[in-house]
Ligand binder design. Sequence first.
Ligand SMILES: NC(=O)NCCC[C@H](N)C(=O)O
Length: 415
Amino acid sequence: MSDQSGSAVDPGSAPPLGANSEVGRLRSVMLHRPGDELRRLTPRNSDQLLFDGLPWVDRAQEEHDTFAQVLRDHDVEVLLLGDLLRQTIELSGAARMQGIAAAVSARRLGHHLAQELAGHLRTLPPADLATILMAGMTFDEMPESPAAARASLVRRMHHGVEFAIDPLPNLLFTRDSSFWIGTRFAITTLALPARMRETSLTDLIYAHHPRFRGARRAYESHSAPIEGGDILLMAPGVVAVGVGERTTPAGAEALARSLFDDGLAHTVLAVPIEQRRASMHLDTVCTMVDTDAVVMYPVIQDSLSAFTIRMDGGTPTVVGPAPFVEAAADAMGIGKLRVIDTGLDAVTAEREQWDDGNNTLAISPGVVVAYDRNVETNRRLRDSGIEVLTIAGSELGSGRGGPRCMSCPVARDLL
Ligand SMILES: NC(=O)NCCC[C@H](N)C(=O)O
């Protein structure tokens, strides 16, 4: 099967699915090229839709194309979520029904209008339906219906520019709605209403796209919030989980139990992070750049801590908290976890953290992709021997996410 972007999606020749680290050689990654869902953002809805500004969409697409090309140039297969979604709907009637059911809300539209809209969506060509599932639909964009105009109070009372189906501008951040651990994938539970429907799309792609045929799930059917940006695969068997604005203690605990039960981890480090926008996920303040090294927001370096969870006598046991770097090194079985000291003054550090300077995507040990604007952080990384491939992110970054947030590794060489 081929697609418009030229992404290879033939399962026969594809690299084996899965990952057990943050830094193993990246073979295949899922990105989302931003589209019409970003054109829905206005000054009135951007806060609720979790954007700090209104991106210039054409430029954001150019920046994203460059990001994808940098990865392809390094022999990484790039799977685009929009292509996967369209192909899945083409191939599977069940996926089509699943996507429509998650998007059309009788709570919002009332029973009759919801049924009518669902019926209309069932008739659409796959590409059009995929676009609506991602970019949403306004009342103005709903098909003309004399019956609804006569009988639907909802149709009569809603303003035309309001959303009958909400757009999903944060699809750009493919990191958060699913992640791979070992040879399995996990569908997360997103915390905020603006993002909750994203997982219905990743779920149907993994369930029905031939690229993922036979792949098994981890962490099934759990309801406490857990987001992929909070999950760092520190080393084989060692998983750090940020607990803060998005992932809750109950989410981290449920994940730990599930990973232990499935033999996917022996240690989970629950890492408290401040509950504020700038540090919404663990990966906004700390990412791995080598098998034994992280880049970290210097302001939290001394205070970041972790509870260590391990199985003891058949039950999970929590110890700590202890300093994060010590707990991590201990769990990883290395003498020391190197924290690359960006040595920045407090103001520069805060600016570059806000602009995702700490949110790097490793494509192999010691080689990362980072935003070019974080000049000082990147300089210090290079001084420490890390190869930094830079991309522009002036528009992409307006949703507060960098290269790691914008990527879901589906295949890395195992360490
Ligand atoms: N892993 C990440 O930190 N992802 C970035 C998510 C940004 C998005 N606008 C959000 O607030 O959820």
